[in-house]
Design a binder for this molecule. Sequence first.
Ligand code: GDP
Ligand code: MN
Length: 374
Amino acid sequence: MRLYEYEGKIMFRAAGIDVPSFMMIKGEEEIGKIIPGVSFPAVLKAQVLTGGRGKSGGVKVVKDQAEALATARQLMGLRIKGETVDSLMVSEYIDITREMYLSITVDRSKRSYLILASPTGGIDIESLVKDNPEKVSRIYINPGEIMADYAKRKVAKALMLSGNEASLLFDLLNRMFNDVMKKYQADLVEINPLALTKDGRLIAVDSKVTIDDNVQPSIIGQLERLLGRNPSENADERFKYVQLDGNIGVIGNGAGLTMATMDLLKSLGGSPADFLDIGGGADKEVVNEAFKRILERDDIKTIFVNILGGITRCDEVAGGLIAALSTVKDAKLVVRLSGTNEEEGRKILKDAGIATYGDMLEAARAAVSLTRES
Ligand code: GDP
Ligand code: MN
């Protein structure tokens, strides 16, 4: 999953990495927001996922309000390499003495992290490697390790930084590595350009962050909270999800059954974490997605799946549960299956070591007591 520049910068800021101050303009109708509170010169930056926006005309320095408004109108709706610009960053303009390149990636073949560093940045890494390979240094870091001092010193040398600037870099590297890369299971954290300023600051003028596609749902949840995306708002169309504050995840088919499940849990002293209705005729994929949605939070103790088969086939649901098992991790699972293809569904789950119930009350009791024990 590739993040937008502004999202990466929100992550950087949260990690204590120095970024230019900025505001976001989402859509034509917000362009007027530029007027209050912006100091000039400023930089307008089209938010698209493709790189090289500078070269494509997506990054513009503006000297005053009139120019800012005109340029913003020009940029909004522009197409950059097939992507339509629908949001702009209005960024503080940084006086740059030197642009550098710095990134951390995961090198899967070597089972380690790889830092790429170059004293000249701004241009994309591909052209940098192609035209001036000698300027790009490679420093490997073993996984699980904190970044060793000698590795950080190598990076400082590669970037031609010393003294106080090197100390700032060491701090930046720690934050990039621990508070962005590892914390969010990123497979790339790139700062290009990393700007050195006249007053000796190191500022991340651009950000490029990609998150591992197999990232744990709880990390996605943390990220969405940080970025102010509410997972329950853009809920998948295929199921209905409402977040509550308990610790038993509830999945049911049909609104009536799901509500009854929540009521039953409450009457037994349990506390539902959500209302999630997979509807009628849900297939494996929907069940898998429903699990992921519930597990975006890391405070779920038990998941109670209550399926009354009709149009929904118990064996399809069972298949979805199996597919989702790897995301379940620490949560306990209680499954009640009854109705269409119940036997097939039970067998699938039994083979995977998951106990099932036919009776709803019995299952709800098990869910509540398992939650208490944990
Ligand atoms: P990209 O082209 O998509 O990588 O977008 P960047 O954010 O990296 O911007 C492209 C280039 O614009 C940078 O390499 C800088 O040369 C220039 N630029 C962007 N923001 C600033 C700024 O605040 N000050 C200065 N001096 N140059 C900037
Ligand atoms: Mn850049």
